[in-house]
Design a protein around this ligand. Structure first.
Ligand SMILES: [Zn+2]
Length: 124
């Protein structure tokens, strides 16, 4: 992968690879700047952290009645689908990274699903 990009500081053409230093101005390409692919990665990373946390809170506070709980379940499924690594399969650099995020996604959403089932069994 030797794709190029324009330096955000001086517009010179440089490699988009992380750690590349612009020979013109000294700008260093970081992990989240540069290509749109990496911006997508930032979005995905935020979703991975934020989505399960938000679902967890809505499930907790949605237990007031069955209607709010059904909304919480709908939000959970929506966010779980949105944050699924399958939607971002083109952004992973290594196989390890891909497996890691699938495990994180499976674990957090599995936990939330068990939580929902337990609440439903217990009754609202
Ligand atoms: Zn530069």
């Amino acid at each position: 992968m030797s794709s190029t990009m324009n330096c955000p500081d001086c517009e010179a053409e440089i490699l988009s690879r992380m750690g590349t230093i612009c020979p013109n101005c000294g700008f260093t390409v970081g992990y989240f700047n540069g290509t749109t692919k990496r911006k997508k990665y930032g979005k995905f990373f935020a979703l991975t952290v934020f989505a399960p946390f938000f679902s967890f809170l809505t499930i907790l506070f949605g237990q007031v009645n069955i209607y709010s709980f059904l909304i919480a379940i709908a939000i959970f499924f929506y966010l779980a689908i949105k944050a699924c690594p399958y939607n971002f399969k083109d952004i992973f650099v290594s196989k390890f990274e891909k497996i890691f995020f699938w495990i994180v996604w499976g674990f957090t959403n599995g936990f939330l699903l068990v939580l929902i089932i337990n609440i439903l069994k217990k009754g609202i």
